[in-house]
Design a protein around this ligand. Structure first.
Ligand code: SF4
Ligand code: SF4
Length: 498
């Protein structure tokens, strides 16, 4: 196990020339980070000298990293922080509509607690959908993404089409830059739906849990292979994008992995599955504790250390594939590297400070209840309504944004005040999840030292900083690509379009 900050003793208290910094030992090296996310790595010996007040030959590097105590330091840090956190002044961009809780697949870990396909009581009404869109368009954010979630949204294709039409019509007045995203298992796709989705520029995201035997063992589709259906439609959608003249490196179906105990033995096979599908990105996500995953944990869950071992092996293999000319990035790495290398925040709502609950995203349940975020509504399906902030029939946008739970989550996910995070070298790049804390520890603020999410984020950043320190040219070239924000113009609808 890597030594921690405490292995090196307390930070110096009287170094006249060093400014504020946090540090973390990684093997024989020490990472220093500044308030705004500037950083540098030095030897343990150099660090010991710094602690004695001896800057040695490090003064220039320390100045460049804004780690010296000098008059302009605060202004430099303030403008870097403003660049890093523009989302603080924007309001919620992501609006998730649960158009039905019904699903045609049965997944062992279903985080959404799906309803039976025949259970029409969990369908969203047209009126609830329209009111949800009205609230979404009231956001102060000029960019709005409407995301269709479930259950399986394709079972409500009638409603999905109506929502797109209604939103575009209302946007003549609201004048937002809009995009639509569909999260689907693709098993209910057909040619007509596909044509409409491509014509209407709806981005498609699906799930692929690795090789067919793993996917099909945990995602059941009556009479068919869920994996074969997903693969068939991923290929068809990607072909449709190519036929429409879109750049194949940019416009692909996004697929997400949910890692179960079975997946842990197959890091390379998972990567190969995604490469064979022509995917350019792979999001190596551990199992969440929400929904059915709580009940099936005895079969599916694992220690987070085992996931990190899987993660490192899989990403090493992805880097090998990139070295050979392949094109595939890991999403967690892309999120952290963008923050570490570009000084910008990709606005991934679950890893930012404060997190996106309410102030970055809002989820609208099929019954009209409004939640701080998708995970908050997942908990509600388990009978815990802590994260309900209103109802589309009665709540105004202002009431939702000013709700005490939104304010509590913004405070609870602010890393400047979190015990342990406030002194962690990864604080400028990291995020905590109050819903995860609430579910696993019974407290919004959480006990970071015991948090599996903290262990996950720390383990991934340890891995990335070791790689950055080694500075292998091929790895650095891959990392540079992974931080690139890809254009998504095809998915954007501007008010002038119609
Ligand atoms: S509370 Fe957790 S799931 Fe919800 S937005 Fe924040 S980090 Fe994401
Ligand atoms: S969550 Fe963990 S890794 Fe992230 S800043 Fe807090 S202590 Fe550090």
């Amino acid at each position: 196990m890597a030594p921690t900050q405490t292995d090196l003793g307390s930070a110096p208290t009287a170094l006249p020339k060093l400014g504020f910094y946090r540090f973390r030992q990684l093997d024989e090296r020490v990472l220093l980070t500044g308030q705004e996310g500037s950083w540098m790595m030095i030897d343990k010996g150099e660090f010991a000298a710094l602690q004695r007040g001896d800057l040695g030959g490090l003064e220039t590097r320390l100045r460049e990293a804004n780690l010296l105590d000098r008059p302009e330091r605060a202004d430099v840090a303030a403008s870097a922080l403003a660049k890093r956190r523009p989302f603080l002044a924007q309001g919620p961009n992501l609006h998730i509509l649960i158009v039905t809780l019904r699903c045609n697949e049965t997944c062992a870990y279903c985080h959404a607690s799906r309803a039976a396909e025949s259970d029409l009581s969990s369908d969203m009404s047209f009126e609830t959908a329209e009111r949800s869109v009205d609230l979404a368009l009231s956001s102060t954010n000029s960019d709005i993404t409407i995301e269709f979630q479930g259950g399986e949204p394709l079972l409500r294709f009638d409603l999905l089409k109506h929502i797109v039409d209604y939103t575009l019509e209302k946007n003549q007045k609201a004048r937002k830059t809009l995009s639509f995203a569909l999260v689907s298992n693709l098993a209910a796709m057909d040619d007509e739906k596909l044509e409409w989705l491509v014509e209407n520029h709806v981005q498609v995201c699906t799930s692929v849990d690795g090789p067919a035997e793993v996917h099909d063992s945990q995602r059941k589709l009556v009479g068919k292979s869920a994996h074969a259906e997903a693969v068939k439609w991923i290929r068809r959608i990607n072909s449709a994008y190519e036929e429409a003249g879109l750049d194949a490196n940019t416009y692909r179906v996004e697929a997400l992995l949910t890692t179960t105990r079975r997946t842990l033995a197959l890091p390379r096979e998972v990567v190969d599955t995604y490469l064979e599908l022509g995917c350019r990105a792979l999001f190596l996500r551990p199992l969440d504790p929400f929904g059915f995953a709580g009940r099936t944990a005895a079969q599916l869950a694992y220690p987070i250390e085992d996931f990190l071992e899987f993660y490192r092996t899989a990403v090493d293999y992805m880097l090998e594939k990139n070295r050979e000319g392949g094109e595939i990035l890991e999403r967690f790495a892309g999120i952290f590297l963008t923050k570490i290398l570009s000084g910008e925040d990709p606005n991934y709502l679950d890893i930012r400070s404060p997190c996106g609950a309410g102030i970055g995203q809002v989820a609208y349940g099929y019954d009209g209840r409004v939640f701080t975020c998708d995970e908050g509504r997942m908990l509600s399906e388990e009978g815990d309504d802590t994260f309900v902030i209103g109802d589309v029939k009665t709540s105004s946008y202002r009431q939702l944004m000013g709700h005490e739970t939104v304010r509590a989550l913004a405070v609870a996910s602010n890393l400047d005040t979190q015990p342990q995070c406030s002194s962690c070298a990864y604080q400028p790049f990291c995020g905590v999840c109050p819903v995860h804390n609430h579910k696993t520890q019974g407290t919004l603020f959480g006990r970071t030292a015991e948090s599996t999410l903290c262990k996950l984020h720390m383990g991934i950043q340890d891995y990335l900083f070791r790689k950055l320190d080694q500075a292998d040219p091929d790895v650095m070239a891959a990392f540079a690509k992974w931080t690139t924000v890809r254009p998504r113009d095809h998915y954007l609808h501007r008010a002038e379009v119609r």
